[in-house]
Design a protein around this ligand. Structure first.
Ligand SMILES: C[S@@+](CC[C@H](N)C(=O)[O-])C[C@H]1O[C@@H](n2cnc3c(N)ncnc32)[C@H](O)[C@@H]1O
Ligand SMILES: Nc1c(NC[C@H](O)[C@H](O)[C@H](O)CO)[nH]c(=O)[nH]c1=O
Ligand SMILES: N[C@@H](Cc1ccc(O)cc1)C(=O)O
Ligand code: SF4
Length: 461
């Protein structure tokens, strides 16, 4: 066997070295001049002229980002009443940062090994889960899944894959090979479209899977998905948009150019987008800055279709990267704060920066709202990706939790739709707080149910 790669072995072409100074970069950030990659590197590192993070300089970066947030979006902190309904954990892509996946062969009918800990849902099961949640008042379903070899876009795609001369080469096995029939992407999207609920699904990696073995363009694919009920696309699978980093953490995944092409195509057919970065593993500050540049450029090309930027702090505990000793942990709190702040300052064409309580917890999440973030994610009801990687911040936040948390830092709680077009300011003195924007949202609180009882933190004083 090959010896494991370690931090020390990673000789990247891109390193955090610049001709810029920290003070110049900060001055530009404060006066609103568009930042360059070098400026961002200076801010991320709090100056390449010094080793480690300089706390005083860091505070000045955070303050500049907090001012910018105030100028762009004011004091409102938004969140959405949503549900995560991921369809399957079966995936053979093998990303080394991921513990959401389970080897696809463990889902086959004739597999006789240990029962898989993962799941596959039929379209009918998905529909029931979404219908229950809509009944409780949610109005968005986020659905991201493993790349199950039996998953195809629609019946026509299935026929093409069936006729393929080398199905293995296109990561295809007939759905009948598997214990549970998950239907097609179109079936799942149609099933989840209950009562006009907003369906946020089909990352660029899933978009790629939905066209494998065909000559369809991403426009064709996203157009068909939209017809089946897709409303917006989560910009995950971005990880770090620099191929030398992808080569280490996700060699089986689509490359940077493919990710950008898929996002642009989704926007071209009229779908809204979010964008993410998954940071805190092997990448350095130059990679983070280059990623921000890719996202800012993409936002120009798609004419503002990206509604929010979501920094996802790498959760290391149960992942191959950590278990194989490639990394010794995730991002530090200082790095998390700087990630949010530099995102706010660099991405001058994206209005909203999300603070993820799944990744940072309540206390950490509130801190991020003072470092440039203005959105606090959603109620989600269920969470598998972070939890399976070892995250411990739970799977649910109620509207009561949100109102308590947001008012505790003197900001204004606002319920929003996924695309931010609908907003409702919540009066903290007038409970119950909702949700109220959904088809069945009559203001009744979304109470915690048995699926969502793990690890919900108490609200900080
Ligand atoms: C688990 S995948 C599911 C969708 C699809 N398989 C894909 O890769 O796009 C969604 C995203 O979760 C994030 N993710 C996975 N494992 C993570 C971890 N350990 N820490 C933080 N984020 C993680 C990654 O950014 C990944 O793109
Ligand atoms: N940040 C995470 C999300 N974000 C999704 C949001 O809840 C919402 O769907 C989005 O803001 C739509 O605009 N979801 C997760 O499951 N985990 C996260 O860490
Ligand atoms: N589900 C992803 C996060 C995510 C989903 C949708 C988004 O729009 C943004 C982020 C995770 O847990 O890592
Ligand atoms: S991140 Fe997505 S593609 Fe990669 S292994 Fe996990 S589920 Fe599969």
């Amino acid at each position: 066997m090959e010896p494991p790669v370690t931090d020390a072995d990673l000789a990247f072409e891109h390193v955090p070295e610049t001709d810029q100074s920290f003070e110049n970069a900060l001055e530009k950030a404060r006066n609103g001049t568009r930042l360059t990659v070098d400026d961002a590197v200076e801010l991320f590192t709090t100056g390449t002229d010094r080793e480690g993070i300089d706390r005083q300089r860091k505070e000045r970066v955070l303050e500049a980002a907090d001012h910018r947030r105030q100028a762009v979006v004011g004091d409102e902190v938004t969140f959405v009443a949503n549900l995560n309904n991921n369809v399957t954990t079966a995936c053979n892509v093998g990303c080394l940062f991921c513990n959401f996946k389970d080897a696809a062969h463990t889902f086959e009918r004739d597999y006789d090994g240990l029962e898989t800990a993962g799941f596959t849902k039929t379209p009918a099961e998905s529909r029931e889960i979404v219908a229950d949640a809509v009944e409780r008042g949610i109005y968005e379903v986020t659905s991201v899944s493993g790349l199950h070899p039996g998953f195809a876009l629609d019946d026509e795609h299935l026929e093409i894959l069936e006729a393929h001369p080398d199905p293995k080469a296109v990561n295809y096995k007939p759905p009948a090979t598997y214990e549970t029939d998950l239907g097609t992407y179109a079936d799942q999207l149609e099933a989840m479209s209950v009562d006009g609920v907003h369906v946020h699904s089909m990352t660029p990696e899933e978009g790629y899977h939905a066209r494998r073995g065909t000559d369809w363009s991403y426009e064709e694919v996203y157009g068909r998905l939209q017809d089946a009920g897709l409303d917006t696309v989560p910009g995950t699978a971005a990880e770090i948009l620099v191929d030398e980093v992808r080569d280490v953490i996700c060699p089986g995944k689509i490359r940077t150019d493919d990710w950008l092409e898929a996002m642009e195509a989704a926007a071209n057919v009229g779908l809204g987008l979010t964008a993410t970065i998954m940071y805190g593993h092997v990448e350095n500050e130059a990679h983070r800055a280059m990623h921000l540049q890719e996202v800012r450029d993409l936002q120009e090309r798609v004419d503002g279709a990206i509604t929010e930027f979501v920094p996802l702090s790498f959760v290391h505990q149960n992942t191959p990267l950590y278990e194989h000793g490639v990394v010794s942990g995730g991002a530090s709190r200082d790095e998390d704060e700087l990630m949010i702040a530099v995102s706010r300052l660099f991405l001058d064409n994206i209005d909203h920066v999300q603070s993820s309580w799944v990744k940072y917890g309540d206390e950490g999440g509130l801190k991020m709202l003072a470092c440039g973030a203005d959105d606090f994610m959603g109620t989600i009801l269920s969470e598998e990706i972070t939890t399976r990687a070892g995250g411990e911040h739970g799977e649910f936040r109620s509207f009561e939790d949100y109102v308590d948390l947001i008012t505790s830092i003197g900001r204004v709680p606002v319920e929003r739709s996924t695309d931010y077009r609908e907003r409702r300011v919540i009066d903290p003195d007038d409970p119950p707080f909702g949700p109220r924007l959904g088809p069945k949202a009559d203001g009744t609180p979304l109470l915690e149910d048995e699926r969502a009882t793990t690890g919900v933190e108490s609200i900080p004083e």
